[in-house]
Design a protein around this ligand. Structure first.
Ligand SMILES: [Zn+2]
Length: 283
């Protein structure tokens, strides 16, 4: 039996692949990942492989950083593999999502641009993920954009993520003293000029992120996903309309831009990693 896990800032989702079906979700802030793994592996010794989609920067089985999760064992793969007879794969959640999107859209050249709590991207070329030297490729949320009066989780004050993400919009709302929840459509239609400014800033920063990806990576498919975009599908129309003002014209030829249609792309991607485990240790 094999176990796929997707751990984000809110939920830890899991699903097994094999004869016995296990699946569910538990709050990730109240459940330590290592405790969950150890309990599950003790209860189900038939599990021989685990793939984890992780909301943070990971490299070679090690967690480099995780702004929204408590990390007890950064060397997660070594910790688990030295104690249990399993193989463990650890992958960034947006990379997992990009793998699942590439399969769904049957695409060899795909960029997944997700805006939820953060802003990130996963890149697939000829069916393989682009990882970079230390698996940090695709960190689009931390490209420089405009100076903000507060810092990003990475420490800089000018990241795209400070504008085109749920956490960024929340920081702006706090800065301007705006009331209410972080609701992009409500801010767009608000009477409060600060709220409208935040919504306009969101769209402009998202356009920059999309254009940077398209111009740098020349994908066949640009797939938009994540919580903020899932709740605001209207964003697709102005993004398509205005992208030519931001991206290289030639890289827009033949480009398909769509909203994600997958409910749990990262978990689906972790299951794909399990499928690939036999053929290659790398996705
Ligand atoms: Zn940043």
């Amino acid at each position: 039996m094999r176990l796929a896990i997707d751990i984000g800032g809110t939920w830890l989702r899991y699903e097994t692949v094999g004869e016995e079906e296990l699946c569910g979700k538990i709050p990730s802030q109240e459940n330590d990942l290592v405790d969950f793994l150890e309990t599950t592996l003790r209860e189900h010794p038939e599990i021989d492989a685990v793939a984890i989609s992780f909301a943070g920067q990971v490299h070679d089985g090690t967690i480099l950083s995780a702004p929204n999760l408590r990390v007890r064992e950064p060397d997660l793969r070594d910790y688990i593999e030295s104690r249990y007879p399993v193989r463990l794969l650890l992958e960034n959640d947006l990379n997992c999502a990009a793998l699942a999107e590439a399969l769904y859209w049957d695409s060899s050249y795909l960029c997944a641009l997700y805006s939820g709590s953060g802003l990130g991207a996963g890149l697939v070329e000829e069916g393989r993920l682009i990882h970079g030297f230390r698996s940090l490729a695709g960190e689009i949320g931390h490209l420089p954009y405009r100076e903000a009066p507060f810092a990003c989780g990475c420490g800089k004050r000018n990241c795209l993520e400070l504008y085109a993400s749920g956490s960024g919009m929340a920081k702006w709302m706090h800065h301007f003293g705006c009331d209410g929840s972080v609701d992009l459509a409500a801010m767009r239609d608000s009477d409060d000029p600060h709220c409208r400014q935040i919504a306009e800033g969101y769209l402009d920063a998202l356009l920059h992120a999309a254009a940077d990806l398209v111009t740098l990576c020349n994908p066949r498919h640009l797939i938009l996903g994540g919580g903020v975009i899932a709740h605001n599908p209207w964003i697709l129309a102005p993004l398509k309309e205005r992208l030519s003002d931001y991206a290289l014209a030639a890289s827009l030829e033949g480009l398909t831009i769509e909203l994600s249609r997958l409910e749990e792309a990262s978990l689906e991607g972790a299951k794909l990693l399990l499928d690939r485990m036999d053929t290659s240790p790398f996705a």
